[in-house]
Design a protein around this ligand. Sequence first.
Ligand code: ZN
Length: 442
Amino acid sequence: MAFFPKWWLKKGGWVVLQPDSTLSTVGKSTARFAVGDLHPLDPGLGAARQAVGGAPAPLGTIAKFVAKKKIAEAALAAVASADVGARRFMRQSVARDLVPDERVAICLRRPIPGAPGVELWRDPKHAAAHYKQLQVCGSVWMCAVCGARISEVRRVELSAAIKAWPGQVVFITLTLQHDALDPVSEVLGGLQEAARKMRQARKWRDLERCYGAEFEVRGKVRRRIGTIRALENTCGDNGHHPHQHILGFLRGGVDVEAFTKELTELWLHAVAQVGRFASPKWGIRVEHTDAKIADYVAKWGKEPRWTAAHEMTKASSKAARGAGWSMSGLLELYLMTGDAEAGRRWREFAQAFKGHNQLRWSPGLRAVLLPDEQEKTDQEIVNSSEEDAVFLALLDMAAWRVVLGTDARYELLRAASSGDAGEIQRFLLSLGIIEGVNYGDA
Ligand SMILES: [Zn+2]
């Protein structure tokens, strides 16, 4: 079966949004966008899609499709223009629909056991409010809110590491071939296994002797190629496309071209060893310019600037064939259009990537580059709190349930970002909350 965007553009994509719809809440999400009466949670969706996609459409319907296409574009553009923070809460909410048994489903919703209620705090440095006494999931792949926090910490470290390295840094991308029918867990497993085989090969040791720099690991000094490996995924016509980016820390003044040639041979061999195939032309890419590396780090872990609307444009252009959707784009596509295939693909990704590290340093490298920074786990990052934060208010459980029930978690944070108790009070009042809130002195 062909996979969207082609499939989606032809069949399902335009059906969901109704031209005359009013603003309504999308499922359980915090977003309020112009969407019609069809949604992933709407049992009518399958039947409706079959009706329009299953048989040749009568002439009149085609004209309607064209009109609806424009509306879908407008709706996706609406998400794109929404506040970055609002979009994260939106994606977290829609992930809850797709993986209800995962911790992301209770993240920033359920108070920690024994908490008297939910606290609102404000960090004056960033002029932003946040919650305390709520459980946070720390799932870097599934939760857009936790994911953003974790990635930002990792990105800052990545940037510092590169600055601290006196030698040559190379940026390596490893991929292998797959098709739309390959389960993502298998492609990911193959990729990880091949990458492991590559680093364990005797030939890798030779590369280290030739291009590496001398540093100590567990009391042993020798030439090594320190690496920071990052796992990523996109999804396109050929299905899921897990790939690995590696920052390689080489000695200064080495012949990068010769290194690339040797590494390419090593990678192709390792992929063959695990019974898969990587194209000699596309299977590995090594870049070494400062600009390219700086660009990678600047964007690392951030939502791609090309938003759902852009992705859709990309998807319909020939140039973008196979380039694929980012995982946040896929989730927004599902949210905005109810495309069941997008939802299924995202769930498949989330389940396969669960438990894998987003970023991994090779042994000893961190001690060389960031000797004063202890590495934190994902959970430690999301549990850490701002030191100078100021307490704003405590909501009792009844008040909090109203915030949850009205999908207003993000809006409440926004109202509280100024730190003005009057503004918080007005906002809560607009939700119908008149009691159950204790305000701080600030
Ligand atoms: Zn979370």
